[in-house]
Design a protein around this ligand. Structure first.
Ligand SMILES: [Zn+2]
Ligand SMILES: [Zn+2]
Length: 232
């Protein structure tokens, strides 16, 4: 496990404490969060009117938000479940950087409940983890969530996209992210689908989702939507 993980190996398999605050969990729960952290997570849930393209909450705008109206390469519409702050942010960081694999069913259940009926008929394609992330945890974080969704009855295609090494996105500005992402994702074309839903952990500028979508559509499939756990 990574040096950033503060939880002992026993808790990795049998979590007895809340993964966010470390409080003792009641013995009859199999959930990884205490009720206080669950409530904090809920308080960051995105609701109300949203921009259909980027998923942020709208105030007075009608239709797309101002930023999406100016976007040159629009990409597909989509939604996020939570704002990337507070409990949602800590939870994803524990999962991705702390290697707390026991969080994947909770993330998958949340994603499943957000998907619309027609999206559950689509093919779910996870955005592949970087090689660095895969090396750190021994598994790809959204591929792992996708495998739970498969267990819930959804059709999943985890090997449609391939990710090659690129620069780290968080160190790049908006334009550089767009260029870097286009060079990073390749579609294997292993299957052609009329309706794909892309799955990722966090949407920041949307560059990865747009690039993944363009790579898939260049091979003749159609991306219907994207869904992420959190929007930054
Ligand atoms: Zn807690
Ligand atoms: Zn928008």
């Amino acid at each position: 496990m990574s040096s950033g993980c503060i939880f002992p190996v026993f808790d990795f398999f049998f979590p007895r404490v809340c993964v966010i605050c470390g409080r003792q969990l009641s013995e009859n729960t199999h959930k990884p969060l205490c009720i206080v952290c669950k409530a904090e997570l809920e308080s960051g849930r995105i609701s109300g009117r949203r921009c259909p393209r980027c998923g942020i909450s709208l105030t007075s705008e009608q239709g797309l938000c101002l930023s999406c109206r100016e976007q040159e390469t629009p990409g597909p519409d989509g939604r996020g479940l939570f704002y990337y702050r507070g409990a949602a942010r800590v939870l994803l960081q524990r999962y991705k950087f702390g290697g707390v694999a026991s969080l994947s069913p909770l993330i998958a259940e949340e994603i499943f409940s957000e998907l619309r009926a027609e999206e559950k008929e689509s093919v779910i394609v996870p955005i592949p983890s970087s090689r660095k992330s895969r090396r750190r945890n021994g598994w790809g974080h959204m591929e792992r969530v996708a495998s739970h969704l498969k267990g819930m009855g959804l059709t999943v295609c985890p090997d449609l996209l391939v990710r090659s090494a690129g620069k780290e996105q968080k160190k790049l500005d908006r334009r550089a992210r767009e260029e870097n992402s286009r060079a990073v994702f390749r579609c294997t074309g292993k299957r052609t689908c009329k309706s794909i839903v892309l799955l990722d952990d966090v949407r920041t500028t949307g560059a990865s989702l747009r690039a993944a979508s363009a790579a898939i559509e260049a091979k003749g499939s159609q991306v219907k939507a994207w869904i992420v756990f959190a929007i930054d």
